[in-house]
Design a protein around this ligand. Structure first.
Ligand SMILES: Cc1cc2nc3c(=O)[nH]c(=O)nc-3n(C[C@H](O)[C@H](O)[C@H](O)COP(=O)(O)OP(=O)(O)OC[C@H]3O[C@@H](n4cnc5c(N)ncnc54)[C@H](O)[C@@H]3O)c2cc1C
Length: 555
C-alpha cells in the first residue's frame, strides 16, 4: 500500500470520526453526567466496537474480492454513492449534538460494554465500513496486510477521538454549571441534595464514596458567602458544656475530617488549639472547663500572669484564669467548599450552582427550580441552612432563624506575631459569648459574639452590614482583650443561621425527603461527620439512628 493511499485513508477516517454519531452522543452523555473518569472506559469500548464492526466488514469484503473483481467494483461504486448520501443527510441535519447528561451510577466495565455494544451492533457501522473501506483497498495488493494497517489506523483514531470528546465534554460540564445551560434532565435518579453548605457538600461526598448517583443544587455560588458555611473559617474544639454529649462526638468529627483531607489531598484544618478565658464564676468559659473535666479531656490551666506572658494581647487583671487545649483550631470553610465541589465534579456528581429550588414535592421526590425546570430523584436531602423554612415552613416550631455579623480586624502591628501564633479563642468569658479566630493561613482575624444575634423572619433580609457594626462587635471584647480600639475593622460579614430550642441538631423526614439542620451556631465542626452519618441513613434507611446521633445521644 502506498503512503498516499494510507494518508488519504487516515485523513478521511479522521473527518468521519470527528462528525458526531450515536457513539459520540453516548460518550458525551456519560462525560457530561459523570466527568472525565468516563473517558477511558468509553474510548476503549468504542475502539473495541469499531474493531468488531470493521473486522466483520473486512472479512465480507475480502470474501467478495476473492470471488469476483467486478462485484468488488460494483460495491465500490455503490459505497461511494452511499457515502455521498450520508454526507448530504448530515449537512441537512445541521450537525447539532443534543446530548443529555447520564448520571446513572455504572461501573467502568459496564460503560465500556455499553460503548462497545452501541458501536459494534449499530447496523450503520457495518454498512458504513462496507461502503468506506473499498474506496481505499488496492485489489491488486495483498488483502491481509491492508486489513491490518487499516484496522490499526482506524482504531487508534477512533480511540483518540472518543477520548478527546469525553475530555472536552467533562470540561464543559465543569465550566457550564447552570442547569439551564446543560439541559435539565427529567430524571436524575439517585440522591438529590438541596443546598451546598458544609452539610450538603459533605453528604454528597460520602454518598459518592458509597457508590450513589448524586446531584447537588445550590442557589448561589460554591462557596456561598451568604451561607453559614460560606465564611472564611469556623472553630473546632473539644469543649462543650457537661452533659450535652457533643464533646464526645468530637473524636468522630476529627476522624471524618481526616478522611476528607485524604480525599481532597490536603488538610484545611489549622490545628492550633483553643483558649478559654474565665472572667466570672459560672460563665461560659467555666462551663466549658467543667465539660472537659467531665469527659476527662486534657487541658492546661494558666493563672492570669502566665496567660498574659504567653498571649500579650490579654489585659492583665481582667480575668480569673485561662486554659488551653490542643484539641481545637480553625477550619478553613471556603477552601473546604471549593475542594469538595471540585472533588465531587471529578468523581461523577452533578454540581449545579446559581440554581434556586423554589419547591420540594417530598412525596413525588421532585424539586422545582426558580426557572421552572424540575428534577426528580429517588431520595432528596435538604440541607438548606437558614433558608430551610422557605421550603419546609412546618419546621417553624422547631427552628428559629437569626441574623448576626462578624467583624474582621487588623491587629496592632506589635501584636501581629502574637496573633499569628495564638490559638483560637473559644470564649472570652463574662456575658460576651465572644470568640475570636486569629490570623491563620492568610485569612483575616475575626471577632464574633452571641450577643449580636437577633431573630429574623427571612435569611435574605438585612444582609448588608450597618455602618459602625464592626466596631460595635469589636468593642464587646474589652476586657479581656487589651487596646481594643487599636484593632482596625477591615470587613464585616453578615450571617443567617437557625437554632433549635436546646441547640441540638435535627433531622425531619417527609416522603422521599430528608431535611437535615445541623447548626444551632456550632455545627460546622461536625460537617464531615454529619455528611457521613446522613449518607449512611440514606443508604440503610435508619433515620431514627441518625436523629439520635444528631442529638449526640449515642454512647
Ligand atoms: C456567625 C456564626 C458563627 C459560627 N461559628 C461556628 C464555629 O465556630 N464552629 C462551628 O462548628 N460552627 C459554627 N457555626 C455554625 C456553622 O456555621 C453551621 O452549623 C454550618 O455552617 C451549617 O451548615 P449547613 O450546610 O447546614 O448550612 P449553610 O452553610 O447555611 O448551607 C445551606 C446552603 O443551602 C443553600 N440553599 C438554601 N436554600 C436553597 C434553595 N432553596 N435552593 C438551593 N440552595 C439553597 C444556601 O445557599 C447555602 O449554601 C457558626 C455559625 C454562624 C452563623
Amino acid at each position: 500500500m502506498s503512503f498516499e493511499n494510507w494518508a488519504a485513508f487516515a485523513a478521511a477516517s479522521t473527518i468521519l470520526l470527528v462528525i458526531p454519531g450515536p457513539t459520540i452522543l453516548l460518550v458525551v452523555s456519560y462525560a457530561l453526567g459523570q466527568g472525565w473518569r468516563t473517558a477511558l472506559p468509553m474510548a476503549v469500548g468504542v475502539a473495541l466496537g469499531d474493531f468488531t464492526a470493521m473486522t466483520l466488514s473486512m472479512l465480507g469484503i475480502g470474501a467478495l474480492l476473492a470471488a469476483s473483481a467486478t462485484v468488488f467494483t460494483v460495491l465500490k461504486v455503490i459505497g461511494a454513492c452511499y457515502l455521498i448520501y450520508l454526507g448530504v443527510k448530515l449537512f441537512r441535519a445541521g450537525g447539532a449534538l443534543k446530548a443529555e447528561p447520564r448520571t446513572d451510577a455504572v461501573s467502568a466495565a459496564k460503560m465500556m460494554a455499553h460503548a462497545w455494544l452501541v458501536t459494534a451492533l449499530n447496523p450503520k457501522s457495518i454498512t458504513f465500513f462496507v461502503a468506506f473501506l473499498p474506496q481505499f483497498l488496492d485489489r491488486h495488493a495483498d488483502f491481509w496486510p491492508q486489513m491490518l494497517i487499516f484496522e490499526t489506523t482506524f482504531l487508534a483514531l477512533a480511540f483518540a477521538n472518543a477520548f478527546g470528546y469525553a475530555l472536552i465534554a467533562a470540561r464543559a460540564r465543569n465550566v457550564v454549571r447552570n442547569p439551564k445551560a446543560i439541559r435539565i434532565f427529567n430524571r436524575t435518579g439517585g440522591t438529590l441534595l438541596v443546598g451546598a453548605g458544609i452539610a450538603g457538600l459533605s453528604t454528597a461526598w460520602s454518598l459518592v464514596k458509597a457508590g450513589h448517583s448524586v446531584s447537588i443544587v445550590e442557589q448561589g455560588p460554591i462557596p456561598n458567602p451568604l451561607a453559614a458555611s460560606g465564611d472564611h473559617h469556623r472553630i473546632i474544639r473539644r469543649a462543650y458544656r457537661a452533659g450535652t454529649g457533643y464533646g464526645r462526638l468530637i473524636t468522630e468529627a476529627y476522624d471524618a475530617w481526616d478522611e476528607m483531607w485524604a480525599d481532597l489531598g490536603e488538610s484545611h484544618l489549622d490545628a492550633r488549639g483553643f483558649l478559654c478565658i474565665s472572667r466570672e464564676p459560672g460563665d461560659e468559659a467555666e462551663e466549658y472547663r467543667e465539660g472537659l473535666e467531665e469527659g476527662n479531656f486534657p487541658f492546661e490551666l494558666l493563672d492570669p500572669a502566665a496567660a498574659v506572658e504567653r498571649w500579650p494581647f490579654l489585659e492583665p487583671g481582667s480575668f480569673r484564669y485561662a486554659y488551653f487545649s490542643t484539641e481545637g483550631g480553625a477550619l478553613h470553610c471556603r477552601r473546604i467548599a471549593s475542594g469538595l465541589s471540585a472533588w465531587l465534579r471529578a468523581n461523577g456528581a452533578n454540581v449545579y450552582e446559581h440554581s434556586k429550588v423554589v419547591e420540594v414535592d417530598a412525596e413525588a421526590g421532585r424539586i422545582t427550580l426558580a426557572g421552572g425546570e424540575t428534577m426528580q430523584a429517588d431520595r432528596i436531602v435538604v440541607t438548606a441552612g437558614a433558608w430551610v423554612l422557605k421550603l419546609f415552613p412546618e419546621l417553624g416550631g422547631e427552628l428559629k432563624t437569626y441574623r448576626t455579623a462578624l467583624a474582621y480586624v487588623e491587629p496592632p502591628a506589635d501584636l501581629r506575631v502574637a496573633w499569628e501564633t495564638a490559638p483560637v479563642i473559644l470564649d472570652v468569658g463574662g456575658v460576651t459569648d465572644g470568640y475570636m479566630i486569629p490570623l491563620t493561613r492568610g485569612a483575616g482575624m475575626k471577632f464574633g459574639s452571641g450577643l449580636h444575634k437577633v431573630p429574623t423572619s427571612d435569611a435574605d433580609r438585612n444582609r448588608a452590614p450597618v455602618p459602625g457594626e464592626g466596631e460595635v462587635i469589636r468593642n464587646l471584647f474589652s476586657p479581656p482583650i487589651a487596646r481594643i480600639a487599636e484593632y482596625r475593622v477591615t470587613e464585616v460579614v453578615t450571617c443567617a443561621y437557625t437554632f433549635t430550642a436546646d441547640e441540638k441538631f435535627l433531622a425531619h423526614e417527609r416522603g422521599k425527603c430528608l431535611v437535615v439542620s445541623a447548626c444551632s451556631g456550632h455545627g460546622y465542626k461536625f460537617g464531615a461527620a454529619v455528611g457521613r452519618r446522613v449518607a449512611k441513613a440514606v443508604g440503610d434507611g435508619d433515620v431514627g439512628g441518625l436523629k439520635k446521633w444528631l442529638r449526640a445521644e449515642v454512647a
